[in-house]
Ligand binder design. Sequence first.
Ligand code: 1GP
Length: 238
Amino acid sequence: MTNIYNQILQSKESNQKLLAILLDPDKVDLENINILSQKINLSPATHIFIGGSQVNSNVIDELIIKIKEICHLPIVLFPGNPSQISKKADAILFLTLLSGRNPDYLIEHQVNAVPIIKKTNLEIISTGYILIESETETAVQLVSNTKPLDRNNLDYVLQTSQAGEMLGNKLIYLEAGSGAKLAVPLKMITLVSQNINIPVIVGGGIRSLSEIERAHNAGADLVVIGTAFENNLNFFNN
Ligand code: 1GP
C-alpha cells in the first residue's frame, strides 16, 4: 500500500471527496464480517477507519485480517489509546486532542505509543483532533476527561485548527463525537477548510447521505460515518 496521506492530498487538490467508514471493533460481530466487508465494497467508501474509545488490540488484529480478505480499501487506525495499535493496518492517525487540556491526550499517550509503533510499518499521519460541542456527552469527552469547544465560537475553533496546522499536523479532524446529536456545523467546516491548507476530516452525528454531501460541499475533504452504517448495513443503498 503506497502513501495514504499523499493520496488524500491528491484528492484534495482534484476536489475528489473522500469517505471513511468507521468500525468500532467492540461493536462489530466477527461472525458477520463477510457481509459487512461486502457492503463496504459496494459503498462509496474510500477508507476504513478502525477504532473506538475502549477497545483492545487482539480483537483489532483479527478484525483487520478478516476485512482484508474481502475488502481492499486502505485501513487506517483511529485509536483511543496506545493499546489499540495494530500492525495489520496500513496507517494510523497519530492524534493530538487539541480541543482538550488533558496532558495525557496531548503528549503522554503519544510518547507511550512510540515503542509500539516502531515495531510496525504503519504510515504515521499526525492529526489535530478537535472535539466540538454537540449537545451530547460523547465517549471522547468521558474517556479523555476534556471539554469540547463551543460550537458557536467559530473563531476559536479556527484558531485551534490553525494552531494544529502550525504545529505540523497533516490533517485536522473536526469531531462532534460518535452518535452525536448535532453534527459539526456546516459554517464551521467552511471557515476552517478555507483558512487552513491541510485536509479537513469531519465526523460525528452524520446520519444520512444528504448530510454526507452537505459536509463535503461545505469543505470537508473526508467525511467519517460510523453509527449510521453500524445500525444499518444498507445505509448506502437507500
Ligand atoms: C466518531 O466521527 C466518528 O469518531 C463517527 O461518528 O458514529 O456518529 O458516525 P458517528
